[in-house]
Design a binder for this molecule. Structure first.
Ligand code: THU
Length: 163
């Protein structure tokens, strides 16, 4: 039987950071602060991320580029993999993403790239808890309650159908 399905989802748009709760405001500040450690001589696009873990730890990350371009890594994955290395198995509660060009915060929020979404979703599935994603621009902020919403039909190497 042919069925049309709808994967639409709701997200929140804020007009400024002060509308967030105090925990998230702090994460936004730390994500912006993380841009200072960006190594981005090629793109000159400084991305900063901050993660809040379930144990209260906060991990910052920034994009790290390389002259052999594909060898670089996005800010989000730098932070997520570092969190995994330092606090294995501790779920991530919130991820905040910010970016600047010419030392100006981007006007629009910067959504994570597809590869980062895939990595975030695997962290989410290991932690068995939704991960809130906050994308920050100077004119507006987007909040998505669960990263899984950002990548429908994501790949999973756990295939229940084969059991
Ligand atoms: N970048 C990130 O850090 N996160 C993303 O989600 C997308 C892009 C970085 C990669 C590269 O260093 C720079 O932004 C320009 O693409």
């Amino acid at each position: 039987m042919k069925v049309v399905k709808d994967l639409g989802f709701k997200f929140i748009e804020y007009s400024n950071k002060e509308e967030l709760n105090s925990e998230d405001i702090r994460l936004v500040d730390l994500a912006i602060d993380a841009q200072k450690t960006s190594y981005s001589p090629y793109s000159k696009f400084k991305v900063g991320a901050a993660l809040l873990l379930e144990n209260g730890e906060i991990i910052q990350g920034s994009n790290q580029e390389n002259g052999a371009y594909p060898s670089g890594l996005c800010a989000e994955r730098v932070a997520i993999f570092y969190a995994g290395a330092k606090f294995p198995g501790i779920p991530i509660k919130t991820i905040v993403i910010t970016a600047s060009f010419n030392n100006q915060l981007t006007i629009d929020p910067i959504p994570p790239c597809g590869a980062c979404r895939q990595v975030m979703i695997e962290s989410r599935n290991i932690g068995k808890k939704p991960i809130k994603v906050i994308m920050v621009g100077s004119q507006k902020i987007y909040e998505v309650e669960d990263v899984a919403l950002l990548l429908p039909f994501n790949f999973s190497n756990v295939n229940d159908a084969v059991k």
